[in-house]
Design a protein around this ligand. Structure first.
Ligand code: IMP
Ligand code: MG
Length: 181
């Protein structure tokens, strides 16, 4: 069974991803030069984006991860955010850049931002690869983003459906029959 057969169409190609990640990296490198930021990847979805982005930013920085879950193995949001793995370092007085795969309802990121604000960082910025503005519920905006995408469920480049497809090198839309299996 080849997982590529489950893809209806490619939304963002490997080449487009590579190019866009470079653009975001260049902006962040300029904005955070001499700020010694902490890049905070939100697991699991951001791991591919984070790895590519970090290797294109040539400034001193720390890297950390948090694991949160707002979705079960479903394609809709539950609204609840659970912290499965917290930061492993103090962020007081530090510049934090949250790195996310996708900003959808915004529930996850607005919860996280408030949660981190309570620890008195110098600043918090949000960097998301994908943005689905049509679905926004929480009042939150990305400081850096890659692509605005339509209101469709996407997979690949870190994003999953029921834990699958994270290893696809592009962003794609699944065939409808995959959800109804
Ligand atoms: P939000 O709280 O609704 O903004 O949801 C954010 C999280 O939901 C992301 O970090 C993803 O893990 C997941 N998510 C939202 N939309 C999609 C999608 O189209 N494909 C895969 N995961 C998604
Ligand atoms: Mg996810």
């Amino acid at each position: 069974m080849n997982m590529l057969n489950d893809i209806e169409r490619v939304l963002v190609t490997k080449e487009e991803l590579e190019e866009k990640v470079q653009v975001i990296a260049d902006k962040i490198a300029v904005d955070y030069e001499d700020k010694n930021p902490i890049f905070l990847g939100i697991l699991k979805g951001s791991f591919v984006f984070m790895a590519d982005l970090m290797r294109k930013i040539n400034i001193y920085c720390d890297i950390d991860f948090m694991a949160v879950s707002s979705y079960g193995n479903r394609a809709t949001t539950s609204g609840a955010v659970k912290i499965n793995k917290d930061l492993s370092q103090d962020i007081e007085g530090r510049h934090v850049v949250i790195v996310e795969d996708i900003l959808d309802s915004g529930v996850t990121l607005s919860y996280l931002k408030n949660y981190l604000m309570n620890r008195n960082p110098a600043s918090i910025a949000i960097c998301t690869l994908l943005d689905k503005p049509a679905r926004r519920k929480a009042d939150i905006k990305a400081d850096y983003f890659g692509f605005d995408i339509p209101d469709e469920f996407v997979v690949g480049y870190g994003l999953d459906y029921a834990e699958r497809y994270r290893n696809l090198p592009f962003i794609g839309v699944l065939k409808p029959e995959i959800y109804s299996e």
